[in-house]
Design a protein around this ligand. Structure first.
Ligand code: GLY
Length: 356
């Protein structure tokens, strides 16, 4: 088992990465928290595959726990779902020594994390991410949130887990499209911080849940995330580099959501990384040929890389309404070559130059 330690202002925690140990996670939990009750928050898909293992082990040791199963998808990351869960915890007399366990992908992790941060002003939180995206990104670093009609992730808190358990074998049951979504973020880590990792991706064939190289790549992503989070926990500088591809990606996601076009986060980020690099290359800010290298790596991992079929004015509208824009400035993340990123702040009025 590989372990990565993350030190934050709030706490210090370990991210454990391995294969084939998920059946033992409930035993680890019971050992680490000998007196706590567990509120396991999961979704219907994950529960169908994995919850029985947890229930059986906890029942065998006569431990007290609740399984809270939500509908899969972004709609569950809501204030009303949050309220239902905290009221259930209150009703069942959960206290500060008890632990919320997030068993699932990004939606479960963000919602459960926010519940843990707010209930009694903070109870224990353990993340057990089951998607590639959650394993390399959302389960680590303490960002928790729910959505409101005015925007995604607008209500939340920085609240770190006390442990993260990553078993690569969870990915064996992940639908192919969700796996590709996670690959977009994985490629992003290489592009912003690790040239060698990008070279490895250029040399690799299509990667899937069984690929030997996957665990090594996941560990590299988590090491980058650790360094970035420890340098800038509250997302005011260095951490913003994790948003490479996200400005155009989010604009595209917003536009598609309004028009009823399916567009996942990873697909948006993939297209966003290619598009912003084509623009920065055109402006002489990026080494020539970089965008084509990115496109080749994305396409090999089943990710589309073009925004040409979408209305650019609408994408721009989606970018400009982002509540993260401050005083009409947009922080674009660019790379000058694979492995080296920088923040380029532009006036909102100049943002369109990076999309056309
Ligand atoms: N997902 C980006 C971050 O954790 O800052």
């Amino acid at each position: 088992m590989h372990s990565i330690k993350i030190k934050t202002k709030q706490n210090e925690y370990e991210v454990s990465i391995g294969r084939g140990y998920k059946e033992g996670i409930s035993d680890i939990l019971m050992k680490d928290y000998p007196k706590s009750k567990f509120a396991i928050i999961t979704d219907e898909n994950v529960a169908g595959l994995y919850i029985n293992e947890f229930i059986k082990a906890l029942n065998e040791k006569k431990r007290t726990f609740d399984v809270i199963t939500i509908a899969p998808g972004e709609k569950s990351k809501s204030i009303s779902q949050f309220e239902k869960i905290v009221r259930l915890l209150a009703d069942k007399n959960y206290n500060r020594a008890d632990v919320v366990v997030a068993l699932g992908g990004g939606v479960v992790g963000d919602l459960a994390g926010f519940v843990a941060s707010a209930f009694l002003r903070g109870v224990g939180l353990v993340q057990v991410p089951t998607t590639l995206l959650a394993q390399i990104d959302s389960s680590v670093g303490g960002k928790t949130a729910v959505n409101i009609p005015e925007g995604k992730n607008l209500v939340g808190a920085f609240y770190h887990p006390s442990a993260v358990y990553i078993d690569m074998d969870f990915l064996k049951t992940l639908p192919e499209a969700d796996f590709a979504d996670g690959m977009a973020e994985l490629i992003k880590y290489a592009l912003i911080k690790d040239e060698q990792m990008f070279r490895l991706l250029e040399l690799s064939e299509r990667i899937d849940a069984d690929s030997e190289v996957l665990q090594e790549l996941v560990i590299k992503c988590l090491e980058i995330k650790r360094d970035v989070v420890m340098a800038d926990e509250l997302d005011k500088g260095e951490r913003m580099k994790l948003n490479f591809g996200h400005t155009i990606g989010h604009g595209l996601e917003r536009m598609c959501a309004q028009s009823g076009i399916p567009m996942t986060h990873g697909q948006g980020v993939a297209r966003g990384m290619a598009a912003i690099t084509q623009a920065s290359e055109r402006m002489g800010q990026t080494q020539a040929g970089t965008a084509q290298r990115i496109i080749s790596v994305l396409n090999k991992q089943r990710l589309s890389s073009s925004i040409s079929e979408f209305d650019k004015t609408q994408i721009l509208k989606g970018i400009l309404v982002d509540k993260k824009n401050i005083a009409d400035k947009i922080n674009l993340i660019l790379i000058d070559r694979p492995g080296n990123s920088f923040i380029h702040t532009v006036d909102a009025s100049s943002a369109k130059e990076y999309i056309v």
